[in-house]
Write a protein that binds this ligand. Structure first.
Ligand SMILES: Cc1ncc(COP(=O)(O)O)c(C=O)c1O
Length: 393
C-alpha cells in the first residue's frame, strides 16, 4: 500500500499546540508575529495523518463504547516492543524490563526524583532539547553542561575530556543522553557510546538515554541503543510512540530498565502510568503492523531534509545547517551571516512569518543565532516555509 504524505491537512481549530496557540505564544513573548499566514515549524510533531492501521485500531476501541480501567494482561504488548527492538536494533529486552509511563519528560522527572537528591548534578550535552533543562530545574537538581563540539560542516561530537571531568565530580550522578540527539541530529556511533559507557561506569553514573527519535533514522544511518552494546546495569532507555507514529498528544512512553531493582524502586516512588485501552492497542498495532508506513515515512523525510538542507545552504551565505542522521529536525546557525541577532530573528519571524524555536532554549548563552526547523510536514508546506526564509535573507 502506498501512503500519502503529500496531503496538507488543516489542523487549525483542533487545539493543536502548533497551529492554534498563536495568541498564547504572542502573550508569553515567545514570538512577535503569529497570524493565519504563519507557518509553524517549531514543534516536534508531524502534520501527517497517522497510519491507517492505527486509525482503524483506535476506531475499534472507540466503537466498543466502554473505556473502563485497563491492565496490560496478555504478553502481546511486551512482545510487540521486544520484537521491534530486536528486529531493528538487535537489542534483546526482557518483558520485566519494560514499564509504561505517561510521557517521556514525566519519565525523566521521575528518574531524577527517584535516583538523585536535591542539588545533585545531571550532565546534559547542549545544544539539547530544552525539556531536559526544564526537568532538571523542576526537580531542583543542577544541569551540568558538557557542550557538544562542532566543526564547520557542521558536525557535532562529544567533548569526552569535559565529560570525564564532570563525571569525576561526585556531585554529578547521571548523564542524560539523547540518541538521536535533538536538535543537532547525531545518532551516536558505537565507539562514542562505548566511551560514554566507560566514563560513566568508572565514575558510577546513571545513563538515562532518551531515544524517542530513534525510529526516524535516515535510510543510510543506524541507531544503536546504548543498552544493546554493554551490560551496564545503570542504563535506562526511554522509548515512545510519539515521534515515530505521530502520536505525541497521547504520551505513550515505554521505559526500559537494565536493572529490575531500579524499576522496582521507580515504581515504589512514582508508580508509573496506568494503561488506557488506547495505549495497549496502539503499542501492539504500531510495533506489529505499521512497518511499511514507517519505511515510506522515512523515505519521505529523507527527501524533505535533503531538499531543505541543500537549498538553505546554497541560498543563505554563511548559514550552518545540520543534515540530521536521525529525527526530522534541522538545526541552523546564522552567526556567520554578518547580521545582528535581532536582524536574523526579525527576518525569520516577522518577515518570513515562519515560527521556529530559537536556539537560546536548547543552547543557553550560545544559541542566540540558532533556530530549529521541524521538517515533518508535507513537502509543499516545507517548500513554502524554506522559500520564505530564503527570500527574507
Ligand atoms: C528528545 C525529546 N525527548 C522528549 C520529548 C517530549 O516527550 P514527551 O512528550 O513524551 O514528554 C521530546 C519532544 O520533542 C523530545 O524531542
Amino acid at each position: 500500500m502506498k501512503y500519502d504524505f503529500e496531503q496538507v491537512i488543516d489542523r487549525h481549530g483542533t487545539d493543536s499546540s502548533k497551529w492554534d496557540c498563536g495568541a498564547e505564544l504572542l502573550k508569553k513573548g515567545y514570538t512577535t508575529r503569529y497570524d493565519k499566514e504563519t507557518i509553524p515549524l517549531f514543534n516536534a510533531d508531524m502534520d501527517f495523518r497517522c497510519a491507517p492501521e492505527i486509525i482503524k485500531a483506535m476506531e475499534q476501541v472507540v466503537a466498543r463504547g466502554i473505556y473502563g480501567y485497563t491492565s496490560i494482561v496478555d504478553d502481546d504488548y511486551y512482545k510487540a516492543i521486544q520484537s521491534w527492538f530486536f528486529k531493528y536494533n538487535n537489542w534483546k529486552i526482557k518483558k520485566e524490563q519494560i514499564m509504561l509511563e505517561r510521557g517521556t519528560i514525566t519519565g525523566i522527572v521521575n528518574l531524577i526524583q527517584t535516583f538523585t537528591e536535591k542539588e545533585d548534578g545531571i550532565i546534559i550535552m547542549p545544544p539539547v532539547y530544552s525539556g531536559f533543562r526544564d526537568a532538571i530545574a523542576f526537580t531542583g537538581r543542577t544541569a551540568q553542561y558538557c557542550w557538544l563540539k562542532c566543526n564547520d560542516e557542521p558536525y557535532y561530537t562529544i567533548d569526552f575530556e569535559r565529560l570525564e571531568k564532570l563525571a569525576s565530580d561526585s556531585k554529578n550522578k547521571a548523564i542524560l543522553l539523547c540518541n538521536p540527539h535533538n536538535p543537532i541530529g547525531r545518532a551516536w556511533k558505537k565507539e562514542e557510546l562505548n566511551q560514554v559507557i566507560h566514563i560513566c561506569r568508572k565514575h558510577n553514573l546513571f545513563i538515562w538515554s532518551d531515544d524517542v527519535h530513534c525510529d526516524l533514522m535516515r535510510t543510510n544511518q543506524k541507531y544503536i541503543p546504548v543498552a544493546s552494546i554493554c551490560d551496564y546495569k545503570k542504563i535506562v532507555t526511554l522509548t515512545s510512540l510519539s515521534k515515530t507514529f505521530n502520536l505525541a498528544g497521547l504520551y505513550i512512553t515505554n521505559i526500559i530498565f537494565e536493572d529490575i531493582e531500579m524499576k522496582e524502586k521507580y515504581v515504589q516512588k512514582c508508580l508509573g502510568a496506568s494503561a488506557s485501552p488506547f495505549d495497549i492497542v496502539l503499542v501492539k498495532t504500531a510495533y506489529t503492523r505499521c512497518e511499511n508506513w514507517l519505511i515510506q515515512l522515512r523515505e519521505y523525510l529523507d527527501d524533505n531534509l535533503k531538499w531543505a538542507v541543500e537549498r538553505l545552504r546554497r541560498n543563505i551565505p554563511g548559514v550552518k545547517c545540520t543534515m540530521p542522521e536521525g529525527s526530522y529536525i534541522i538545526w541552523m546557525d546564522f552567526e556567520k551571516c554578518g547580521m545582528s541577532e535581532e536582524d536574523v530573528r526579525s527576518r525569520i519571524i516577522d518577515k518570513a512569518n515562519v515560527m521556529l524555536s530559537r536556539g537560546i532554549k536548547a543552547a543557553p548563552g550560545k544559541g542566540n543565532y540558532s533556530y530549529r526547523i521541524c521538517a515533518g510536514v508535507s513537502r509543499s508546506v516545507l517548500e513554502k516555509a524554506v522559500n520564505r526564509i530564503i527570500e527574507a535573507f
